[in-house]
Design a protein around this ligand. Structure first.
Ligand code: DC
Length: 230
C-alpha cells in the first residue's frame, strides 16, 4: 500500500501545467515531476543520434545506450541529465517538442517511462504533470486534474516562452505546431492524451498565472478535504 499522496495533472501543451504544478508542489512540499521533460530527453537523444523518431526498433536501441536521470534544484525545478550532461535547456528547443511527441507514441518508450514514474510516486508525495498520469501512470492518484485552455491562448504562451528564451518564433507557426502536437498526442494508439473520468477540469483561458494558480489550488484543496471527510 502506498503511503504517499499523488496529484496528477494532465492536459495539452501550453495550458500552464509545468509552471502551475511546480509552484504548487513547492507550496505543498511535494516532489514535482515533469514527465514531458523525460520524453523530451529521449527525443533529444534520438535527435542527436540522427535516428528516425518514428522507428520503434531504432529508438529502443537508443534507450539501451543512454543514461537518462533527473534531479531537482534548490528551487524545486526539475533538471534533466543525458549521459551526465545537464540538458534542461537543450530539451526546450522547438524541434525537440516534435521529436518528444513522436517518440512518446512508441510502446518501448512508454514502458521505459512508466517504471520511472511509478517508482517516483511510490517513494514521494508527488505532483506529476503529463498526458496520461491520471489515466495510465497513477490511476489511483488522490487528485486528478485536466488542465486545459483554448489552442490560441496556449500558442500565445508558448510563443512568449520561446521569445523569452531568445529563440525566434512566429505565432501562426507556433499555433499550427500546437494543434498538430495535440492531434499526435490525442490520436496515438497507446496512452493517448484524454481526460480521466474522475478528473476535475480546470480551464486557464484568459487567466493569468496568479488566477490560474489560485483556481488550481482551490480545486486540489477541495478534493483533498472531501477525501479526508469520507
Ligand atoms: O509537456 P511537454 O510539452 O513537455 O511534453 C512533450 C511531449 O511528450 C508531448 O508532446 C507529449 C509527450 N508526453 C506524453 O506523451 N506523455 C506524458 N505523460 C508527458 C508528455
Amino acid at each position: 500500500m502506498n503511503h504517499y499522496h499523488s496529484i496528477a495533472i494532465d492536459g495539452p501543451s501550453g495550458a500552464g501545467k509545468s509552471t502551475l504544478a511546480r509552484a504548487l508542489a513547492q507550496e505543498m512540499g511535494y516532489l514535482y515531476v515533469d514527465t514531458g521533460a523525460i520524453y523530451r530527453t529521449v527525443g533529444l537523444a534520438v535527435h542527436r543520434r540522427g535516428v528516425d523518431p518514428k522507428d520503434p526498433k531504432a529508438v529502443e536501441q537508443v534507450l539501451g545506450q543512454v543514461d537518462i536521470t533527473m534531479g531537482h534544484g534548490p528551487d524545486g525545478a526539475q533538471r534533466m541529465y543525458l549521459d551526465g550532461e545537464d540538458v534542461s535547456q537543450a530539451i526546450r528547443q522547438h524541434i525537440i517538442s516534435s521529436y518528444a511527441s513522436q517518440v512518446a507514441a512508441l510502446p518501448p518508450v512508454r514502458a521505459f517511462l512508466l517504471q520511472k514514474q511509478r517508482h517516483l510516486a511510490e517513494n514521494h508525495n508527488v505532483i506529476m504533470d503529463g498526458r496520461d498520469i491520471g489515466t495510465v501512470v497513477l490511476p489511483q492518484a488522490d487528485v486528478k486534474i485536466f488542465l486545459t485552455a483554448d489552442p490560441k491562448a496556449r500558442a500565445q504562451r508558448r510563443y512568449l516562452e520561446l521569445l523569452e528564451r531568445g529563440q525566434q518564433a512566429d505565432l501562426e507557426q507556433v499555433l499550427t505546431d500546437v494543434v498538430e502536437r495535440d492531434r499526435q498526442d490525442m490520436e496515438r494508439a497507446i496512452s493517448p492524451l484524454r481526460q480521466a473520468e474522475d478528473a476535475q477540469v480546470v480551464d486557464t483561458t484568459g487567466k493569468d498565472l496568479e488566477e490560474s494558480r489560485a483556481l488550481l489550488r482551490c480545486v486540489i484543496q477541495s478534493v483533498l478535504s472531501q477525501k479526508e471527510e469520507s
